[in-house]
Design a protein around this ligand. Structure first.
Ligand SMILES: Cc1ncc(COP(=O)(O)O)c(C=O)c1O
Length: 414
């Protein structure tokens, strides 16, 4: 651990419970993983001790064009010079809503928030208001946010908070049908992530037959099919991640990549849910939900994604990384599973339930200059070039050599 990072952690431990809340706490990683960063540019990160890394987390999803993308920064500068938090929104609000309605086929309207949890919760609220029913069906293990109705931790959550949540298994039609029966005529909606991207597990795509059945079940009861596209949105398909499958949700939540790192979330919906989402019906709002800078950033981000073919580029760079890692794993005789879309890779070693080999790989690669994650899916950006992927693969080679040193016994015991 670098000296400045160590000192900052010590100070933080005194004034911040546990040193840092939430998903960015590096507790459980090797101490070599920096907790604090000084700056970022493109897909390069500098920690507070001056070490430099090629970044494969992209701030855990938001940075899709690369840090400090010129078109986004120019839009931000223009809007900041005019005003950000004012007594009402700037014209950028309408520009952005129009852009989303134009880009996403099932979207007839849009509302904006700050975080993904705000957006998924607003979807649930609108679904309940629109159907006048209570039950929400969600897949076991899927993450929809850090709020009581869906938080993965039950600390501070009451049974009442979960009273109207029914779980089913993703891609399992029978399990979904059982959950619908359990809702017993009180079904408000079914919420599903774009694909299955759980922490520490192989990723898999949604089964089109399962999604079609979910659509049918919602139609039969006039309930809402909700797409949680917070993590995958604007990374797989600009029209929404289910566009290639051809099934349209009624409501969808977006955040993360929508504004290239500026804080913003969006709910879009079809006309079926326009009335309950309207002013005077549900009360969804927040002090910072009207900020103009993030909206200007989002317009510039989505236009750049659309005009520069970024999704194809990130998929190709992810494929280059995937091919390279597969080659290195083969060379070292290591079983590696690389799952999910290439632009959102999950990389896990075989027979490594406690991630001992994954940690060894990541720690050594980190020291050699590539910032990978041993358990969470990673993210590519427009700033990843073939040359940078190849440099990262050199670091990964060091990581694979370290991973090969971890014995089967250590993997079982750690
Ligand atoms: C699929 C999904 N939904 C919702 C959320 C919550 O978003 P936020 O952390 O911005 O509240 C996340 C965050 O990782 C997510 O991946």
């Amino acid at each position: 651990m670098g000296e400045r990072d160590r000192r900052l952690r010590e100070r933080a431990a005194r004034v911040i419970p546990g040193g840092l809340w939430g998903h960015m706490n590096v507790d459980g990683f090797s101490p070599d993983y920096p907790q604090f960063f000084e700056r970022a540019e493109g897909c390069t990160l500098w920690d507070v001790d001056g070490a430099r890394y090629i970044d494969f987390m992209c701030s855990w999803g938001p940075v899709v064009l690369g840090h400090k993308h010129p078109a986004v920064e120019a839009a931000v500068d223009r809007q900041r010079a005019l005003g950000d938090a004012m007594n009402g929104p700037a014209p950028a609000l309408v520009d952005l809503a129009e852009l989303l309605v134009e880009t996403i086929p099932f979207a007839d309207w849009a509302l904006f928030q700050k975080n993904g949890s705000d957006a998924t919760t607003a979807c649930v609220t609108i679904a309940r208001a629109g159907t006048k029913r209570r039950k929400i069906l969600a897949a076991r293990g899927s993450y929809h946010g850090a709020v009581p109705w869906c938080s993965p931790s039950l600390a501070g959550v009451t049974a009442e908070d979960r009273a109207h949540l029914i779980l089913f298994d993703y891609n399992d039609i029978e399990s979904l049908e059982t959950a619908v029966k359990a809702a017993d005529g009180d079904l408000a909606g079914i919420i599903l992530t774009a694909f299955k991207h759980d922490y520490g597990a192989d990723q898999f795509m949604i089964d089109p037959a399962f999604l079609a059945r979910a659509r049918q079940l919602c139609d039969a009861q006039d309930a809402a099919l909700i797409l949680d596209d917070v993590r995958a949105g604007f990374r797989l398909d600009l029209r929404g991640s289910w566009a290639p499958v051809g099934v349209q949700p009624d409501l969808a939540a977006f955040s993360k990549a929508i504004a290239n790192g500026y804080p913003l979330a969006a709910v879009v919906g079809s006309d079926r849910f326009r009335a309950p989402a309207s002013f005077g019906k549900v009360f969804v709002t927040g002090s910072f939900w009207y900020g103009a800078v993030s909206m200007a950033a989002a317009v510039a981000t989505i236009e750049t994604l659309r005009d520069d073919g970024v999704i194809a580029h990130t998929a190709a760079m992810g494929q280059r990384l995937r091919d390279g890692l597969a080659g290195l794993a083969g060379k070292h005789g290591l079983g590696l599973r690389q799952t999910g879309p290439t632009q959102m890779p999950m990389v896990l070693f075989d027979d490594d339930p406690k991630f001992a080999r994954g940690n060894a790989f990541c720690n050594a690669a980190l020291k050699a200059g590539a910032y990978f994650h041993p358990r969470h899916n990673m993210f590519l950006s427009a700033a990843h070039t073939p040359a940078l992927i190849d440099r990262a693969l050199e670091a990964a080679e060091v990581g694979m050599a370290a991973a090969a040193q971890v014995s089967a016994r250590e993997m079982a015991a750690s």
